[in-house]
Design a protein around this ligand. Sequence first.
Ligand SMILES: [Zn+2]
Length: 237
Amino acid sequence: MLRMLKALLLTISAIPATAQQLPEPVGHALLHVIAHEAGHAVLREFDLPVLGPEEDIAEDFATVFVYLTLPDQAEAIVEARAAQHRADGATPGPFSAYRADAQLAGRMICLLYGFDPDRFNALADRHDMDSDARDTCADLAPEVLRSWRRTLAPLWIDPEARVTEVGFRVDPALQVQAEGNRELINTALGVLARIDWHSRVTLNFAQCDGTAGWRRNGRVIYVCSSYIDRMIGQLDR
Ligand SMILES: [Zn+2]
């Protein structure tokens, strides 16, 4: 019993106090990350054609998906994730699957602005978009939105259906953190549950040293603890 209590205390003391309730921008950035991994899952699970760089497709999907499923939070989500990309600031080489972080940040702001230029005018102001950029984004974003709207049309779940195909798993060491972030987790699960998956998809908060990903084997969207800690350092100002 004493040993169990000691182990529990050790686990709790190993968790940074700030991590028990994640700062709002971190929660927002995480929702975009989870939506990005859901993009990989949608491509793979429904055998959609990958007619371009998959990372770009998943990243655009994330922005479209949060806009469609969390319209009131979409602006805060995109700005938090853009800030986190800029803080990462990576400039991958010519053969990387990933674009430069500054481009990823710009692309999601461009898309969201272009989905509804009147509504997101202040967003464009805050990110110094000039009139050429605004024209470009207002032109290209509706095409992306329309393409996903058509692609997703048969994949939304019937609102009357009982969702059984989305689950959550947390590694034991992160249990306390998960408890403190119930609302965020429920929001993420609610977003994932909008798709009519044909097999169970599990969101996993994992004790690992990495970022996030979609694991086809077991159909798991995992988010690593080290990624969340990195975001806290980048966004909790
Ligand atoms: Zn990806």
